[in-house]
Ligand binder design. Structure first.
Ligand code: C5P
Length: 230
C-alpha cells in the first residue's frame, strides 16, 4: 500500500490536484484540512467564541475530543465523493465558508487538538480511511500542512506543492465565486506557520511549484512522482 503525502499553503490547489491523483491511481483521498475545518465548524456550532481575547484552549480541546471519541465526526475518503459529517449532517460545503476559513487556525494552533487529529489521521492512513471504508489496499493520498513532516514522514511519496502568494490569492479569489469563502491566504499561512512547516520542503520532500503550471500540467508532474514510487 502506497502513501502519498502532499503539503502546501492555502490556495495552492492541493485539494483538487490531490483528489485527481487519488482518482488516477484508485487510491483513497484524505483531506486533513477538512478535519480541522470540521472541528472549527463544530466549535462554532457549539457556540464557542473563537474570537475571544483569551480562548479557553482546554475547553476547545475537550470539545474536539468529544467530537471524535463520541462518534459525532465522520469522513468519506472516496476521491469521487469526499465528504465530512457531523452527527450525520453533511457539512462538506459548510466547512468552506469564510467564517470557518477565518477561524480554523484558532483551533488548529492548539497543540493538544493537533495531537487528537494527528492520531486519527494516522489511523485513517493505516486503514485507508475510517474503518476501512475505502479498502482496496492500493494506497491513500493524504494532504494538509504537516503530512510530509509529522503525520506520515515515512510516506513513499512526499511532495510540497507551492506557488507564489499572488497566484494563490488570485486562485482563491476566483474560487470565491463558486461557493468557497473569500479570504486572505497570506494571513492564514502566517497563523498556520506557527505550528506547522509547509513553506519550505523538509529533507527528502520534493517541491513542486505550480505558479506557472495549468491544473493538467501539475497533475502530470504529481502522477510522475507517484509512478516512480509504485
Ligand atoms: O487545507 P485547508 O486549507 O482546507 O486547511 C484548513 C486549515 O486546517 C489550515 O489553514 C490549517 O489551519 C489546518 N490544517 C492543519 N494541518 C493540516 C491540515 C490543515 O493545521 N495537516
Amino acid at each position: 500500500m502506497i502513501t502519498v503525502a502532499i503539503d502546501g499553503p492555502a490556495g495552492v490547489g492541493k485539494s483538487s490536484t490531490s483528489k485527481a491523483v487519488a482518482k488516477y491511481f484508485g487510491y483513497a483521498y484524505l483531506d486533513t484540512g477538512a478535519m480541522y475545518r470540521a472541528c472549527a465548524w463544530w466549535c462554532l456550532h457549539k457556540g464557542i467564541d473563537l474570537d475571544a481575547e483569551t480562548l479557553d484552549e482546554r475547553f476547545v480541546t475537550e470539545t474536539v475530543a468529544e467530537f471524535f471519541t463520541e462518534g459525532h465526526f465522520d469522513i468519506a475518503v472516496d476521491p469521487d465523493d469526499p465528504r465530512v459529517f457531523a452527527d450525520g449532517e453533511d457539512i462538506s460545503e459548510a466547512i468552506r465558508s469564510s467564517e470557518v476559513s477565518t477561524h480554523v487556525s484558532k483551533v488548529s494552533n492548539i497543540i493538544p487538538v493537533r495531537h487528537i487529529l494527528i492520531a486519527a489521521q494516522r489511523a485513517y492512513i493505516a486503514a485507508q480511511g475510517p474503518e476501512e471504508s475505502f479498502s482496496n489496499g492500493l494506497g491513500i493520498v493524504a494532504e494538509g500542512r504537516d503530512i510530509t513532516t509529522v503525520v506520515a514522514p515515512d510516506a513513499e511519496v512526499r511532495i510540497l506543492l507551492t506557488a507564489r502568494e499572488e497566484v494563490r490569492q488570485a486562485r482563491r479569489n476566483g474560487q470565491a465565486k463558486s461557493g468557497v469563502g473569500a479570504e486572505n491566504v497570506a494571513a492564514r499561512d502566517k497563523m498556520d506557520s506557527k505550528v506547522t512547516s509547509f513553506l519550505t520542503a523538509s529533507e527528502g520532500v520534493t517541491t513542486v511549484d505550480n505558479s506557472d503550471l495549468t491544473f493538467e500540467e501539475t497533475l502530470d508532474v504529481l502522477i510522475g512522482l507517484v509512478e516512480t514510487a509504485e
